[in-house]
Design a protein around this ligand. Structure first.
Ligand code: DC
Length: 223
């Protein structure tokens, strides 16, 4: 059987990774692994303050979580203990809780193993902060997306408006900048491009342009 193909898509909050990863997974017929959702699920299920717990208490709770990945493309389903993750993990507050637990080595080690286990024998597009640098260093196709914080806040704002959820642009900008700072400066697996990742600055590109650019890079390299 052919080796599984892994495409990694890393970058800061609000850059459009999830949308692009889903589009790529759909086009290439691969599963889609949203690792931000895994950190969000841990932050949400353990709750505020859990990032200050003693390591043994955290480790004991983490051991109870079972992640699953079924299907492919837009129909990929990521589950925890058999349940799909819903809109409750998608708020900016839960994003910050995720970023808080993501600083802890015990959480990162647990999720790194869970992510590698989910990918065993499966071709996928893996999206997050450290997919190309730490979790799948041998991946064949690595991308790092970036954009100005103001542009990322604007995209998130429009996305929330479309969902009919109230949002304040200034507040969103501040939240995105705070989360970025924390994700980029943490000691463990900080947000930074893998040395062999293709860096794509999407500030002045629309979604279709980024999608075509990445798709072409994948197809060219696969030939
Ligand atoms: O991509 P997202 O906004 O759903 O991610 C939420 C947080 O989870 C993010 O601020 C940092 C953390 N995270 C991480 O540390 N490593 C990953 N691979 C994915 C997310």
């Amino acid at each position: 059987m052919a080796e599984p193909v892994i495409v990694t898509l890393d970058g800061p909050a609000g850059v459009g990774k999830s949308t692009l990863a889903k589009m790529l997974a759909g086009r290439l017929g691969l599963a889609y692994l949203d690792t931000g959702a895994m950190f969000r699920a841990v932050g949400f299920l353990l709750g505020p303050g859990s990032w200050d717990w003693p390591e043994e208490r955290l480790a004991a709770r983490l051991e109870g979580f079972r992640f699953g990945l079924e299907g492919a493309g837009a129909r990929t389903r990521l589950t925890v203990d058999g349940r799909a993750l819903g809109p409750e993990i998608r708020t900016e507050d839960v994003g910050m809780w995720a970023s808080n637990v993501a600083k802890l080595p015990v959480v990162r080690a647990f999720l790194k193993k869970a992510q590698q286990d989910l990918a065993r024998g499966t071709s996928l597009v893996a999206e997050g902060r450290d997919m190309g640098s730490v979790v799948f260093p041998a991946a064949r196709h690595k991308f790092f997306l970036d954009a100005d914080p103001a542009e990322r806040a604007r995209r998130r704002f429009l996305q929330l408006q479309e969902l009919g959820r109230p949002a304040d642009l200034a507040e969103l900008t501040a939240q995105i900048e705070a989360r970025d700072r924390q994700d980029r400066t943490r000691a463990e697996a900080p947000l930074k491009p893998a040395p062999d990742a293709l860096i794509v600055d999407t500030t002045d590109l629309d979604l279709e342009e980024v999608f075509e650019h990445i798709l072409e890079a994948i197809i060219t390299k696969a030939d």
